[in-house]
Write a protein that binds this ligand. Structure first.
Ligand SMILES: Nc1ncnc2c1ncn2[C@@H]1O[C@H](COP(=O)(O)OP(=O)(O)OP(=O)(O)O)[C@@H](O)[C@H]1O
Ligand SMILES: Nc1nc2c(ncn2[C@@H]2O[C@H](COP(=O)(O)O)[C@@H](O)[C@H]2O)c(=O)[nH]1
Length: 223
């Protein structure tokens, strides 16, 4: 796959990946494109099918999505919402670069979601769980791996509860997955950078600084 080096953002659900991403993509318009994943989970209020944070208006099927609409979305990085049958069919047909079961639902990155972004010479951002990280490491994608971590499991729980997107069952599953994720993120060599998202400004600056070289390459290529 060609184009600028992709970026994999991982970390527990509720750690703040979407919040940081949204800000990054707003500051660097025309530099990043979001790889829109598939999932079998139900859409949250405000989420739309197939809407990704792309800094150019994005042609998805017949729908041209204005940047302003995408940036105003609370959750910001929507999915292709599909049934288990449809998702399994795509996996069996080799359409996915990686897929995983998370909190009782299937999630996966299709090859075409990455290719669509790379075709525009944008930095492709993938937001995946730790299983996705492990599976992407077996491919030739060669992304920059960044983990966003919460300051503690207690703060993570509060953020997830305050977000009001999860049932109690889903919240408990996410916290369980978060404990594993937090441990694995400490293993040397898994991530190029681990960012503790305590103070949002500080976390954002760290994210920006680790990506600035790649961002400038894309900006220079556009000149
Ligand atoms: N530094 C921070 N301080 C306080 N609250 C934060 C901070 N960063 C994010 N939040 C809040 O925490 C909640 C979870 O953040 P966000 O939705 O960005 O997490 P996420 O990692 O993208 O989760 P998921 O993987 O489930 O999509 C949001 O309500 C967000 O506003
Ligand atoms: N392995 C993959 N994980 C993914 C993908 N898309 C999202 N995710 C991760 O799922 C959880 C939950 O997301 P939510 O939107 O339901 O809160 C979160 O950790 C994401 O990083 C994917 O394509 N593959």
């Amino acid at each position: 796959m060609s184009g600028p080096r992709p970026v994999v953002l991982s970390g527990p659900s509720g750690a703040g990946k979407s919040t940081l991403l949204k800000r990054l993509m707003k500051e660097y318009e025309g530099v990043f494109g979001f790889s829109v994943s598939h999932t079998t989970r139900n859409p949250r209020p405000g989420e739309e099918d197939g809407k990704g944070l792309n800094c150019l208006p994005m042609l998805l099927g017949a729908t041209l999505l204005p940047v302003a609409d995408v940036l105003s979305s609370e959750t910001s990085e929507d999915y292709h919402f599909v049934t288990r049958e449809k998702m399994q069919e795509g996996i069996d047909n080799g359409e996915f670069i990686e897929n995983a079961e998370f909190s009782g639902n299937m999630y996966g990155t299709s090859k075409s979601s990455i290719e669509d972004v790379q075709a525009q010479n944008l930095i492709c951002i993938l937001d995946v769980d730790i299983q996705g990280v492990k599976n992407i490491k077996k491919t030739d994608l060669n992304p920059i791996y960044i983990s966003i971590q919460p300051p503690s499991i207690e703060i993570l729980e509060k953020r997830l509860r305050d977000r009001q997107t999860e049932t109690e069952d889903s919240l408990q599953k996410r916290l369980e997955a978060a404990r594993i994720d937090m441990e694995l993120s400490e293993e040397p060599g898994v991530f190029d950078m681990v960012i503790i998202n305590d103070d949002l400004e500080e976390a954002y600056e760290k994210l920006r600084s680790v990506l600035i070289e790649e961002i400038e390459k894309v900006q220079d290529a556009k000149k």
